[in-house]
Design a protein around this ligand. Sequence first.
Ligand SMILES: [Zn+2]
Ligand SMILES: [Zn+2]
Ligand SMILES: [Zn+2]
Length: 303
Amino acid sequence: MYSTKVEGDHIVQSKNAIHCFDIKECKDVKYCKQMIGARDVEDINYCEFPELCYEYIGFWKVNQTKFSNTCGESNNLTYSDFCSNSSNLFACIGLRNKQYCILNYQYTKEEYEELVPKIIKHMNDMPYIDAKGRVYKYGEFFPPELSPFCYNETIAQEYFPLTKEQALSQGYQWKDKVERNYQIDIKNEEIPDKFDESIIGKVIECVHRGECNEQCTEAFKIIEPEYQFYQRMNLPLPRLCPNCRHYQRLKQRNPLKLWHRTCMCDKTTHDHTGTCPIEFETSYAPERPEIIYCESCYNKEVY
Ligand SMILES: [Zn+2]
Ligand SMILES: [Zn+2]
Ligand SMILES: [Zn+2]
C-alpha cells in the first residue's frame, strides 16, 4: 500500500499525515515523529498504536491520553508519567493497574469526576509561570525547565542544535563541557592512512578536538574487534570520536523541517506551458542539489 495525502519525510503506508517524519501505518495524524499504527493523534513522538492522543511521548497502546510521557496500555491519562495498564489518572507517576487516581492518590470514580474539572479550572486560574514568564495553563505540555535533562544531553540537540546561549535564552538547561585531560597517544594528523595494528587501544585525538557542538569527547580508542571489523570490511579508520561520528551520520539525513517548493520538472507535463506549477512541502532545502518533483512528474520520470 502506498501513502496517500501525506506531507513530511520517511512516511510509509500512511494516510492523511500532516507534517510527520518517520511514521508507518498511521492514519489522520499531525505533527508526529517515530510512530507506528497511530489513529487520530497530534503532537506525538516515539509511540506505537496510540489513538486519540495529544502531546504525548513514548511507549505503546494508549488511548485518549494527553500531556503525558511513556505510559503503556492505558486510557484517559492526563499529565502522567511512566504509568501502565491504567485508566483515568490525572497527574500521576509510576502507577500500574490503577484507576481514578490524582497525584497518585486513590479516589472513587465519582470523586475523580468531580475533582478533575476543579483542578483544571485552578490550573487555568493560577497557571504555572516559568522563569521566562511563559504561562502554562491546562493544555500545555510540561515546561522544559522541569526536565531532569539539559537540552544538549537530549536528542533535541541532535535534530535542532542550539548553542549554549540560544538554549539558555529559550529557557532550557545546558550541560557545560566536562574538563578532560586525556594523554593523547596519537594526534589526529598522525592517524595512519593504512591499517596498522599498533593503534589498537591507543588514545586517539578526535579531529574536532572538542571545538564542535556535538558532545565531542575529544579522544577515543579503537578496540581490537572494531579494528578487525574495519579491516575485514575495508573501511577507513575513524578520525572522529563516536559522538562526532553520530552527528555526521545524522547530517546525511534530511532535517525534521519542511520547505514550501515548486515542482522542478521542466517538461510540458500538466498545462502545456512548460513548467509544472504544483507546489508542495518537502524536506529538501532549496539550496540542495537534488531536482524535486511533484508526485505525478516523479512517477512519469521514474516509470
Ligand atoms: Zn569528537
Ligand atoms: Zn564534532
Ligand atoms: Zn510536477
